[in-house]
Ligand binder design. Sequence first.
Ligand code: PEP
Ligand code: MN
Length: 264
Amino acid sequence: LASRDFHPENTVISIGDVKIGGGDLVIMGGPCAVESPEQIDEIAGLVKAAGGQVLRGGAFKPRTGPYSFQGIGVEGLVMMAEAGKKHGLLTITEVMTPEYVDVCAEYADILQVGTRNMQNFDLLRKLGACGKPVLLKRGFSATYDEFLNAAEYILAGGNPNVMLCERGIRTFETYTRNTLDLSAIPVLQSLSHLPVISDPSHGTGRRELVEPMTKASVAAGADGLIIEMHTDPDNSMTGDGVQSLFPDQFAALLQDLEKLAPIV
Ligand code: PEP
Ligand code: MN
């Protein structure tokens, strides 16, 4: 079902008046994690003012270590839904386990599967029946074939609204957190009809690389971007402050993109 042989036309995912995969570039921005009502409200206002369409933020965080901040949970979903509604943005949040799919689907417009869960098949099956669009992140050591097979689980469950997200893979290089695989964008678009979103934040792990890799992703044909932005990155509650843009950088980047591709 994920293959272009089966479905020659591009899949266009319509949510409200935002169309993903229809030719306009879609920008998702926001913090790694929802931290407080004030934080997510302020960042939502900045994403909207900069021209973004979707507010990102994790309420459930998949942390490498068990003692790190794990996200604020369902309360965070409520805070993000309110901020999205107030500022006229769609929302995307990560869901980590099948048990939380229903509550995440109740509060968010798009459900995100993180890189560590790309092959959590029970989660993927449950998302096949959740009724909301899904952004599936590529596992950090997954081949394109494994990635597309993971998408297939969601499609086979009856959910046609799947986006593929390249967020960097693990290589021998340690300067960057991951290696953003730009080839994934055209390759996935040729093998599949699903929209392809690039994540230059996790794909590099370094703030100064987000701008060039965003532009490179657009040049490579990405249908959208998911970018971390924080008002106080140095004090963010996850380690992802180092890759988060400051609000003025986020706004300037979106302005530059207007010159490269039409934003919705
Ligand atoms: C995130 O989007 O904050 C995240 C945890 O992403 P990934 O699953 O790509 O590491
Ligand atoms: Mn993050």
